[in-house]
Design a binder for this molecule. Structure first.
Ligand code: SAM
Length: 239
């Protein structure tokens, strides 16, 4: 998968993606990240990428031309069609379903805004969709882009050593994940639940499912309305 980052600080996103699972995906050739800086496409001695907003008010707005030329160069760098995503607090909220959908693409271009944002005309002309990572405002789209890169890359085939671990993660089946324990069995902070030591896979699966359901009910009851629950799940919830 190829992801192009259009940003005034493209190295920032690349740094965030240089570690752990996503870093390994890069090393294994499963993910290639490319940074593009609109300043390299700006004109004049000052290479301006922003200007004051029409109508007055605080802050600056990112100019159309450097961004458009930069986006076009990024598009042209590979023949595969790219989906252009603008990271924006006004976009659709990023969910695991959306991440799964994005992970099917072979190419994404992530556009990161700064200042007050980007001239609306550029967004209308060049962007396929806007995505938000939550209802708060960041000072730039780079952290949001890094979130997208990380969440998407780990779902690509071959990136996780154990593909099963993604399937068991929170949101994959609409529920939160169950709690996890490792050695030692006994610790001043508590003991590992006995069922996990039983070796009985059916009992362990049942316990994990019940924990998942219980946690979701306690922490994110909104998810239960959307989750596809079986009769067995409903019984576990009632126990
Ligand atoms: N004036 C804009 C507004 O209120 O919608 C906010 C601009 S923000 C200071 C600068 C940039 O940060 C945005 O252009 C966007 O790329 C990015 N950004 C801020 N919050 C974000 C969020 N929650 N999700 C994704 N990107 C975000």
């Amino acid at each position: 998968m190829r992801i192009d980052i259009v940003s005034l600080f493209p190295e920032f996103v690349a740094q965030c993606a240089a570690f752990g699972v996503v870093g390994r995906a890069g090393e294994r050739g499963l993910l290639s990240l490319h940074g593009w800086n609109p300043r390299d496409y700006a004109q004049g001695n000052y290479r301006r990428v922003d200007d004051r907003p029409f109508g007055g008010g605080p802050g600056m707005v990112m100019l159309i031309e450097p961004l458009r030329d930069c986006l076009r160069a990024a598009r042209a760098a590979d023949p595969a069609p790219a989906r252009v995503i603008y990271l924006s607090p006004q976009g659709a909220r990023l969910t695991q379903d959306k991440v799964r959908e994005l992970a099917q693409s072979e190419r994404l271009i992530l556009l990161c805004g700064r200042y007050e944002g980007v001239d609306e005309r550029l967004l209308q002309a060049e962007v396929d969709e806007e995505l938000s990572i939550g209802d708060y405002v960041l000072s730039g789209g780079e952290l949001a882009a890094a979130v997208v890169v990380d969440a998407v890359a780990r779902l690509r085939e071959g990136v996780l050593n154990d593909a099963e671990s993604a399937v068991q993660d929170s949101f994959e089946d609409g529920l939160l994940d169950c709690p996890h324990y490792t050695r030692p069995v006994e610790h001043p902070l508590g003991a590992v639940p006995e069922v996990l030591l039983s070796g009985n896979h059916a009992l362990i699966a049942r316990w994990r499912r019940q924990q998942s359901l219980g946690r979701t009910w306690l922490r994110r009851p909104d998810l239960l309305n959307e989750a596809a629950l079986s009769k067995q799940d409903r019984r576990l919830l009632d126990e």
